[in-house]
Design a protein around this ligand. Structure first.
Ligand code: ATP
Ligand code: MG
Length: 237
């Protein structure tokens, strides 16, 4: 984001048009707690700088959208919030990102736990070459978040319902996820991210491969999210 200030200003003004979810940075007595605090964040792909001096705060239970032209750094910024950029060789971040008061770039940070807490739906959907059920159950199993088969099945069903996919797949849960359409694969990845009930959800262009009805369902899900949901899009309604 070479012009981070203007990008974020446009977000705030969009949300101010909708008081129910308006974002205000002015201190108010009973304001919700601050969830994410970013200070002087710079990010580099090798020697190429992609993010410049980003400073912003995100309070609890808000939806914040980052809007900007292609290539301005929206995806890069989202990935700095759960250190997914660490998986790209030759990259590094400078600055400070705190979530719940803890610097996520501090030495010794458990990035596996961080990514469970800060889930992500990627711009390009990336289902695992496994069944539909196993994709959604994946995080629940590796994090041992359920105690019984029944509970696992219930959490999978709930996540698929939340992602507006259950009706289309309930009779083919054992089919390969790769047999789904592009839009269905995107909703499957949303279900996979939601299944572990992350504290923060990073959604990178969550509706880019969806038709208007599925888009509306995902927007309703975002609006109703009890956890923080950060979305990036060229345009949100
Ligand atoms: N893996 C990478 N290696 C090198 N440069 C990268 C990499 N990923 C992104 N970039 C560069 O970083 C800059 C920001 O890219 P990013 O993907 O964050 O933009 P974006 O705002 O999400 O764009 P879009 O709207 O097209 O998704 C671009 O100049 C891009 O070329
Ligand atoms: Mg992007």
């Amino acid at each position: 984001m070479s012009t981070p200030t203007s990008a974020i200003t446009s977000v705030i003004s969009e949300r101010d048009a909708e008081p129910r979810r308006a974002i205000s940075h002015a201190p108010v007595p009973d304001a919700p707690a601050q969830k994410i605090s970013v200070r002087d964040l710079n990010f580099f792909y090798g020697r190429t700088q992609a993010l410049y001096n980003i400073t912003l705060d995100i309070t609890e239970r808000v939806v914040m959208a980052f809007i900007g032209p292609s290539g301005c750094g929206k995806s890069t910024f989202l990935r700095t919030l759960n250190r997914m950029n660490d998986t790209i060789p030759g990259t590094h971040a400078e600055g400070h990102v705190e979530i719940d008061g803890a610097n996520i770039y501090a030495p010794g940070t458990d990035v596996v736990e961080l990514r469970r807490k800060v889930g992500m739906v990627f711009q390009k959907s990336n289902p695992f070459p496994k069944s539909i059920f196993d994709n959604v159950a994946y995080g629940l199993r590796i994090n041992r978040l359920t105690n019984s088969k029944t509970e696992l099945e219930e959490r999978v069903r709930r996540a698929l319902e939340d992602a507006a996919l259950w009706v289309e797949v309930k009779d083919r849960l054992k089919s390969s996820a790769l047999s789904l359409s592009g839009g269905q694969q995107q909703r499957l990845c949303i279900a996979r991210a939601l299944a572990v009930r992350p504290d923060v959800v990073l959604m990178d262009e969550p509706a880019s491969a969806l038709d208007p009805i599925a888009t509306q369902k995902i927007e309703e899900l975002i609006a109703a999210a009890s956890s923080i949901c950060i979305s990036t899009s060229r345009r949100l309604r």
